[in-house]
Design a protein around this ligand. Structure first.
Ligand code: C2E
Ligand code: MG
Ligand code: MG
Length: 751
């Protein structure tokens, strides 16, 4: 260049035109030089733009790495085994262009591996370093950020550098947070385990409603093994019982809400129909484009059957299979609604078996149940299947008769039932037993408008039938309510009877046939009410028992009877004994022996002069406890008589176990002696039987000399009844005993 410039500036020595030519040549030369220079320098400029520098290349690679790490979510790590330094590189979550590079030099900076996973990680690393595995792979928990939150990491790496001796000095690789994947896998594992172990059948259907997966329970419930249904249409399980509209409803539900649940009949492989509870949910398939159906199916056939049984139990009596009270009310209500619409009439018959409690207590509950079943069948047979026969409780049955024209028709049906029961009930194995019903009748609309009142009135009428001597029917009338009210008023008046001194005792003498003298008296209670006049014990004793007053009254009777007897004894009639009637409640209380002992002590009488009379039904009301109480009384030395014998159903074997001393034959048999051969046979049998049990046998209700003769001839020990004397007041009785009683004592005792 220097050279060229010198040449140009030497040129002014030339002259005119030649000078211009020289200038032109110099300019051309200069251009050429520039062009050459530019050409020479061009590659330098060109490379700086098209071919990057080494630093640029490194930066670019670094960018790529960050991008790759960011996109893949991987971390990069590089561990110097000699210096124990680790380099870590990971992309920032927010974008590929910012990245965090960590060079960890101190042990405390290293991300912590979970102590449970550490041994395994070390072992895998060792295996790789020792050349046993081509690659180091490990899944373990790490606290990457040092903030105590553990994440699952899958690390992969391999040896990237060895020393001259071939020993590994560097290992590098990537790591990825796989917590979410592991959780998903875990959930998936749980889900499939749940599906596998579910007791409900689970099936997955594809978009064409073909089976693609089923669980174990599916095979158990439907009978189809997995390989028998996969690929098959879901209609394989369809039942013919299905109406089309229910399927349409199901599909409609699926379309709209993505789920459907309900009950449907399905068919098992063995063609058995099963009722299923179904739940179908629509889920998108993996592509998200098509629909899969997840079907959960539960066999509820048994459950439904059990529900039906429960419904049956709620409405039917299990013993007789008759409708129970609740179903009766329902049917009666419906019958009334129909009758009201059609101007019709409904009859309610309330049936109660006479003395069933005695039968039940003496023959045992198993026999009692058989009687109830047979009685239920007898009633239903008699009235016909078109009428509702229900069992209300115990031995109470009800018949609802619809469409009856008049009360006469209802009475005819009642009479038919009573007649039907004249035939003994038989139980198949030769056992036969007669029971009689008492029936009360009420009518809609004549007596009441609503079921409860109709039942109440029929019940009242039934009680009147019992009061009328049992084994009969009564049609309800308002007067009956009057009687019921009267009963209530009477019960109230009885409460005050003791304090008002309205109660008294009469005494009926008892005569020994052998000794021909009065041996004792039975104390019988009387109530002379100021309002109601003489009320018979048959009327007021049940009231006293119902109200519990009998305890107080019974204690009074005992005391009063013993006081009277003491007076008589003091007059020299020491051979006389007194019998006192005891009712069920007194015995059931369990303290009868105490009350007796106390009263004996208070009145200064000895137990040997007291006899307690108990009917069979009183004893049998609670046989075990009552037997204990009776034994306690017997230990005191008190005599025990079984009263009204023959009217109950006590088994002899049972009576034998009781500490009885006396047997009183009921006046029902005695009354018919001499004109009823049956009663004669029964009476003589009872006498023999009583004697075989070493009991003193007394016949009650003896009214004629012929009866007395019969009893005498058959060895009866004592008699009691109007033939000897009516029951008399204490003074009159004393006079009677003294007057009629043969023997020295009586004569001696005359005042
Ligand atoms: P019961 O213990 O069997 O008493 C016998 C009943 O037969 C008495 O009736 C008596 O008057 C009656 N009678 C006696 N001889 C004859 C006769 O020849 N012919 C007829 N037709 N009847 C006769 P009453 O006094 O009306 O007593 C009825 C029942 O009331 C008694 O039957 C007894 O079970 C009960 N009773 C009476 N007093 C008491 C008492 O103080 N306590 C308890 N718990 N019950 C009593
Ligand atoms: Mg008696
Ligand atoms: Mg009696």
């Amino acid at each position: 260049m220097g050279f060229l410039a010198a040449t140009v500036w030497a040129a002014p020595a030339a002259q005119g035109w030649p000078r211009l030519l020289v200038l032109l040549v110099v300019a051309v030369l200069l251009l050429a030089v520039v062009a050459i220079a530019v050409r020479r320098l061009w590659p330098v400029f060109g490379r700086s733009r098209a071919e990057p520098s080494r630093a640029e290349i490194l930066r670019e690679r670094d960018e790529h790495l960050k991008l790759a790490l960011w996109a893949s979510g991987e971390h990069f790590w590089d561990f110097d085994l000699v210096s124990k330094r680790m380099h870590r590189l990971r992309a920032d979550e927010n974008g590929p262009h910012t990245a965090e590079i960590a060079v960890l030099t101190r042990k405390s900076d290293m991300p912590t591996i979970h102590e449970q996973d550490l041994p395994l990680v070390k072992q895998r690393l060792r295996s790789h370093l020792q050349g046993e595995t081509p690659i180091f792979v490990s899944e373990h928990r790490m606290d990457l950020d040092g903030n105590g939150s553990w994440v699952w990491v899958r690390a992969r790496g391999r040896i990237v550098e060895r020393d001259l001796g071939g020993r590994p000095v560097r290992i590098a690789g990537t790591a990825r947070d796989i917590t979410a994947t592991r959780n998903a896998e875990y959930e998936h594992r749980i889900a499939s385990e749940v599906m596998r172990s579910m007791s409900e059948a689970v099936a997955v259907l594809d978009w064409n409603q073909n089976f693609i997966a089923v669980n174990k329970a599916f095979a158990r419930i439907t009978g189809y093994a997995e390989d028998e249904v996969i690929g098959q249409p879901a209609s394989l399980l369809d039942s013919r019982q299905h109406e089309e509209d229910s399927t349409a409803r199901m599909l409609g539900g699926l379309q709209q809400d993505g789920s459907w649940s309900g009950e449907a009949w399905k068919v098992r492989k063995d063609r058995e129909e099963i009722l299923c509870r179904l739940e179908i949910n629509v889920v998108p398939d993996a592509s998200g484009l098509r629909r899969l159906y997840v079907l959960v199916l539960n066999d509820i056939t048994e459950q439904k059957r059990a529900e039906q049984e429960l419904r049956y139990l709620a409405n039917y009596d299990t013993l007789t299979s008759l409708p129970n009270r609740s179903l009766l009310s329902e049917r009666l209500s419906r019958a009334i609604v129909r009758a009201r619409r059609e101007n019709g009439r409904v009859a309610v018959l309330f049936i109660d078996l006479d003395r069933f409690k005695d039968i039940n207590d003496s023959l045992g509950h198993a026999t009692g149940d058989r009687i109830l079943r047979a009685a239920a069948a007898r009633v239903q047979q008699t009235v016909g299947a078109q009428h509702t026969v229900a069992r209300l409780s115990g031995d109470e049955f009800t018949v609802v008769v619809e469409d009856i024209g008049s009360s006469r028709e209802a009475e005819d049906i009642a009479q038919r039932i009573i007649t039907a029961f004249k035939q003994p009930l038989s139980f198949g194995d030769g056992l036969e037993l007669s029971v009689s019903p008492s029936i009360g009748i009420s009518l809609y609309p004549d007596h009441a408008q609503v079921p409860t009142d109709l039942l109440k009135h029929a019940d009242t009428a039934m009680y009147q039938a019992k009061a009328a001597g049992r084994h009969t029917y009564q049609l309800y009338s308002e007067k009956m309510d009057e009687k019921t009210r009267h009963r209530a008023i009477l019960a109230n008046a009885l409460r005050r009877a003791l304090e008002r001194n309205e109660l008294s005792l009469v005494y009926q003498p008892r005569m020994s046939l052998k000794q021909q003298r009065i041996t004792g008296v039975e104390a019988l209670l009387r109530w002379h009410s100021k309002e109601f006049g003489e009320v018979s014990p048959g009327q007021f004793i049940p009231l006293a028992e119902e109200s519990g007053l009998i305890l107080e009254i019974g204690a009074w009777v005992l005391r009063e009877a013993l006081l009277t007897l003491r007076q008589w004894h003091e007059l020299g009639l020491q051979h006389l004994i007194v019998s006192v009637n005891v009712s069920a409640l007194q015995l059931q209380r369990g303290d009868l022996a105490d009350v007796v002992a106390r009263t004996l002590a208070e009145t200064g009488m000895t137990a040997a002069h007291l006899e307690l009379e108990l009917t069979e039904s009183v004893i049998m009301a609670n046989p075990e406890t009552n037997a204990d109480t009776l034994r306690a009384c017997r230990r005191l030395g008190v005599s025990l008589a079984i009263d009204d014998f023959g009217t109950g159903y006590s088994s002899l074997a049972y009576l034998k176990r009781l500490p009885l001393t006396t047997l009183k034959i009921d006046q029902e048999f005695v009354g018919d002696l001499t004109h009823d051969v049956d009663d004669e046979a029964i009476t003589s049998t009872i006498i023999n039987m009583g004697h075989s049990l070493l009991l003193n046998v007394v016949a009650e209700g003896v009214e004629t000399a012929a009866q007395l003769q019969f009893l005498h001839d058959h060895g009866c020990d004592e008699i009691q009844g109007h033939w000897i004397s009516h029951a008399l007041g204490a003074d009159a009785c004393l006079q009677f005993i003294c007057k009629h009683g043969p023997g020295p004592t009586a004569a001696h005792a005359m005042p």
